[in-house]
Design a protein around this ligand. Structure first.
Ligand code: ADP
Length: 469
């Protein structure tokens, strides 16, 4: 999962949690406040009834002779009042609409409030459920001083409160979802913007290879974390480039230093060969040594070529090269090698294609491939060269019916000095540099080289060139 997605998920979950906790606190706070308001209203009525008690007549002055409240507004509430013997003194006209358990039926209260001794814990605040509406009710004793003088039940319908709470719940849930989406979307957008320089750094870093170590990553703001990362990467690239350069220079200098003594040695040995005084067996040894020196000198030349890839790139003069003619030339020049192993070297379908390139280097490339094919194909085998092209590229193939290349070795055969296991010790005369040179030449021409192979069946080497306009 990308950092961007991970950060966005973090944003969403954190915001979701925070808003959820906040909404829960708001909901229950509001609920508590609304119920507290109802309790306050009940307390006001209870206080008004209690303070109207007349100990002489043992009546509540707040009730008139018709057993109604003196203040008619209070008749609109759900109230029942009893004397201490639980005889009903007052019942508001609307009370009959609800099933209020009066006088304080202890059993009922125990059931609805789960209190062990509800009558001892006055007031009892409880909820009465009716088919369509619920009531928040207070039941308590009425006192005159310390004296118990009666009982009262007050109920308030919860319709409005519950409606308001339900609406609040909807608003809060909508808020939770919306803030999650907004923060998630915003977080995704912002992390995308914040990570754009990282993606650019990764792109540049991916583009930089051993041949393009001079490229640098754009530092941007060098004071922020990403700028510092880019600066560190650039520093690393600088040191890598220096290390590469000195390694290349060392290899090139070493090869160069070897070249002269080896050719001096070869000339010297060849001169010695023409000395008539030398015994024949010594001359034979000399010929063997000269062959070894010739091989060494080929390796040195190849190494020089590879270590001067940049110079070659700069010096190469590109001109249109007709590939069909080049294929014919290589076939003509290698026919003798194939004949020595009774192999068939043939030209398959060849389209007339011209590429922009250096003819000598391209010749060397195709020659190396055919030379390898002859070397690694047993007697009576077949080697075929083909060339096909479309509007954008030309593909030159050298196919053989040789021993093939094991899958484990295939990805490495274009590396310098890489040779398939059995060839490392054999005396095929190779050094493992031929295919590395082929790759260098193909890339020099903006092309690429690849190989497919099946052990004991053969190999196909394909070079792809962009075709010249
Ligand atoms: P070498 O000088 O050893 O031929 P190359 O770089 O040309 O070096 O080839 C590297 C290795 O790839 C060879 O040693 C050989 O094992 C393998 N190879 C190259 N061409 C072929 C081929 N046509 N068939 C089988 N193996 C091949």
């Amino acid at each position: 999962m990308t950092i961007r997605s991970r950060l966005s998920i973090w944003y969403i979950s954190t915001t979701f949690m925070v808003v959820l906790i906040l909404s829960t606190v708001i909901y229950f706070g509001m609920r508590h406040l609304l119920f507290r308001m109802l309790d306050r209203e009940h307390e006001v009525i209870i206080a008004a009834v209690e303070s109207s008690y007349d100990p002489i007549t043992k009546t509540f002055r707040i009730l008139d002779s018709r057993r109604l409240f003196v203040n008619e507004d209070m008749d609109q509430a759900y109230v029942t009042i009893f004397d201490e013997s639980k005889n009903e003194l007052y019942r508001s006209p609307i009370v009959d609409q609800i099933r209020m358990v009066i006088p304080l039926a202890i059993e009922e209260l125990k059931r609805t409030t789960m209190l062990e001794h509800p009558a001892d814990q006055m007031p009892v605040i409880h909820t009465i459920s009716q088919p369509h509406v619920r009531f928040h009710a207070t039941s308590t004793k009425l006192h005159y001083g310390e004296r118990h003088v009666g009982w009262i039940n007050i109920a308030s319908p919860l319709g409005d409160v519950e409606d308001a709470l339900l609406r609040l719940l909807w608003v809060l849930s909508g808020g939770v979802v919306l803030s999650g989406l907004l923060v998630g979307g915003g977080g995704y957008f912002l992390t995308g913007r914040a990570l754009t320089p990282v993606a650019a750094i990764a792109r540049t870093a991916r583009r930089i290879s051993s041949t393009r170590l001079s490229e640098r990553v754009d530092v941007g703001n060098k004071h922020d974390e990403i700028g510092q990362l880019a600066a560190v990467l650039n520093d690393l690239l600088h040191r890598l480039e220096q290390a590469f350069e000195s390694q290349k220079r060392f290899a090139a200098d070493a090869v160069h230093e070897l070249k002269t003594p080896v050719s001096v040695l070869r000339t010297h040995w060849e001169d010695e060969l023409s000395n008539p005084d030398l015994p024949d067996d010594f001359k034979e040894k000399l010929v063997g040594d000269i062959e070894t020196i010739a091989r060494l000198s080929r390796v040195i030349n190849n190494l020089l070529l590879l270590s001067h890839a940049e110079v070659i790139r700069a010096d190469t003069v590109f001109a249109p090269v007709p590939l069909a003619a080049l294929i014919d030339d290589v076939i003509d020049d290698t026919a003798v090698l194939a004949e020595m192993k009774s192999q068939t070297l043939r030209r398959g379908p060849v389209e007339p294609v011209t590429v922009n390139g250096d003819r000598d280097r391209l010749y060397q490339l195709v020659f190396n491939l055919v030379d390898n094919a002859v070397k690694y194909t047993p007697e009576d085998g077949e080697i075929t060269l083909t060339l096909e092209a479309d509007a954008s590229e030309a593909v030159l193939r050298v196919a053989d019916t040789g021993r093939g290349i094991p899958p484990n070795d295939l990805p490495h055969i274009f590396d310098r000095f890489y040779r398939v296991g059995s060839d490392r010790s054999s005396r095929t005369g190779g050094s493992g540099l031929g295919l590395a040179i082929c790759k260098m030449i193909a890339e020099l021409h903006g092309g690429s080289i690849s190989a497919t192979s099946t052990v004991d069946e053969g190999s196909v080497f394909s070079i792809r060139f962009p075709t010249s306009p």
